[in-house]
Design a protein around this ligand. Sequence first.
Ligand code: ZN
Length: 772
Amino acid sequence: MKRVLSVLLVALACGFLPLMAKNVATANYAVIPLPHSVEAQSGEGFTLNSKTVIAYPKGNKALQRDANHLAGYISQQTGLKLAVKAGSAKSNAIVLSEGLKASSKDAYELSVKKDLITIKGAGASGAFYGVQTLRKSMPVGKQTAVTFPAVEIKDSPRFEYRGAMLDTSRHLFTTDSIKRFIDMLALHNINRFHWHITDDQGWRIEIKALPELTKVGSKRKGTCIGKEFEKLDGQPYGGFYTQAEIKDLIKYAADRHITIVPEIDMPGHMLGALSAYPNLGCTGGPYEVWTRWGVSDDVLCAGNPDVLKFIDTVLGEVVELFPSEYIHVGGDECPKERWKVCPKCQAKAKELGFKPGQHTVEEQLQSYIIRHASKFLTEKGRKMIGWDETLEGGLAPGAVVMSWRGEDGAIQAAKMGHDAIMTPVGNMYFDYYQTLDRENEPLCIGGYLPVSKVYSFNPQPNKLSEDEKKHIIGVQANLWTEYISNFKRVEYMELPRMAALCEVQWSDADKRNFECFSKRLPQLVDIYNNNDYNYAKHIFNVNGELTPNSETRTIDAKFHVIDDAPIHYTLDGTTPTVSSPLYTEPVKMGESSVIKAVAIRPTGVTPVFCDSVTFNKATCAKITLAEEPQSKYRAQGASTLVNGKYGTSIYSDGNWAGFLNSDMDATLDLGKETEISSADVRTYVCTGDWIFDITSLKIEVSNDGKEFTTVASKEYPIDAKHFEGVRNHVLTFDPVKARYVRVVATSLRKMPEWFMKTSNPAYIFVDEIVLN
Ligand SMILES: [Zn+2]
């Protein structure tokens, strides 16, 4: 009899059942990405042993490949070498088939019974994802047999387009490494490999009709050192992929149901090509393949008819080579400096009748180039993808938008009836740091994108209607490789964030839960280890959360790890050991303290979690704000300002509360009459990011919380040039006894003219109010 155990199933999916204990050769269906439904069945399960065969329908090449992949995975993970055969089987077999009725070809059903495991896909790709689920449920380690508990799994992806982008222009990787990347995608049910293959720093695809592209355009004389763009390492760098290599990679990917979507970035990001064919630029050159990072002002000339021929030639060979329905033509970050002063560009704009209006003349020129590429691709039966800048100047019919500068590009495209792919920088740029501890990390471009933030992404914003949401066809993460010079670093930046990504791409929105995901992760990590992937381990560290408690006037430290590993902590600054106090409940700190914690596993001790709190008379006070911080920079809300913690020089570190178009107007209840004689407000200023300093500060006191008296106030000058850093504003006054203190720091409502001509307001960022 079939049992549907809804509560237990969550437990099952989260790996709580004792049956699923590790080190027993029993499969655990708590896989990533979480399937649509996993229903445990009564009755005996299936025992896989060396006699088990994998069967596929005779003559079905695609399922034969899926079967061979499964045999390979089983061999790699358990050492069991299974026979693969065509035809049917009645017992001790894993039977693959296709033809399941479903709206997605990637859907599958996986059924485990005593005699057989059957995987039925809608298409062969569906069977492949069933294979992946089966593989990910298997333990890793030499086995003589593996028991699969009886189960019925029904699964189908949330999004059809599940992508990952790898940049091979800034740095390139061997074809074997690219295959390893494709294997990583397959493990995570990703079906699009967006290959960024040309850029300012190197043209890396062989175009037979234009041999100079790779002969000249793939080589740079050196590479800048770190972030010092003008300093060169003096090492010539280059390389490209031949069409034969590319064909081999396309097949390798296709055999794993992955489509390679090539990107020829145009009309900007073209220095590689311009170096080879300088006549394609506005100035005629000479040009050099770039040795530094950033965006070059030199782009394709929009007024030169040879440019259109060049685009047709390149895209012609690209279309011949890549069977992908989608071809990416970039369209991002194209500076218009050259076009503004280029007679050919301006003449072309005049000829086309472009006049400044909603879009500048140069934006319309960009649109003209992109539309040309789009038309070419449409005629070849393909669809064009462009970055969200392609919205500027109007979208070509049928064009797909890849939204990277946030979600707005995708929202705008969807509202216009265009398909869009979500890849917003704040959630999907895997070149960002994975931890705030930058000192102990290899150099990254910046930012902060932990696994949890990838996981939290909602690709279908509520701003969209149900119909518009259907235009969000997928999600993708991007890895730009300016600071990633070898493939081990690629693995490190991708994993395990790719695990979070794949659940966003695949799993039902209403079933996603980070805690449940975290509990399933170690099982996937076993497979990472089995493949010797160099994954980042931050997610296994102790996570600490320090929260001010205004009832007890303490800062309460809560710790957690993604598994059941014991956590030990200290409050005396020493490094915790197994004999330090065991963490069992929130640790209450009533005075300035340093708290350290580690998790101790049989495999080792985690890096030390370390945090500190500094108490003053405002710490843990009851605090109310007239206006909340802006949602994006809310941190812990009002309590951020009295949590005894100072922010770092990263204003998104969670210790800074950001206010936009409002003041920081805080009223503190100190609980009882307290003598104070000074107030500090710390601010973070980064004018380049629209964060200016406070313009005034005022301190008022009261003993009834109603009538307030001003005890100090001061105005501050507005920055007259760029500034980035922390400022501390201290007001001292004659000692006064008060229970309530109101602190008002005003923000700039219109940024100064030297910075911006339009009337935008500036942010203010405050980390702490200090009373003494
Ligand atoms: Zn030009």
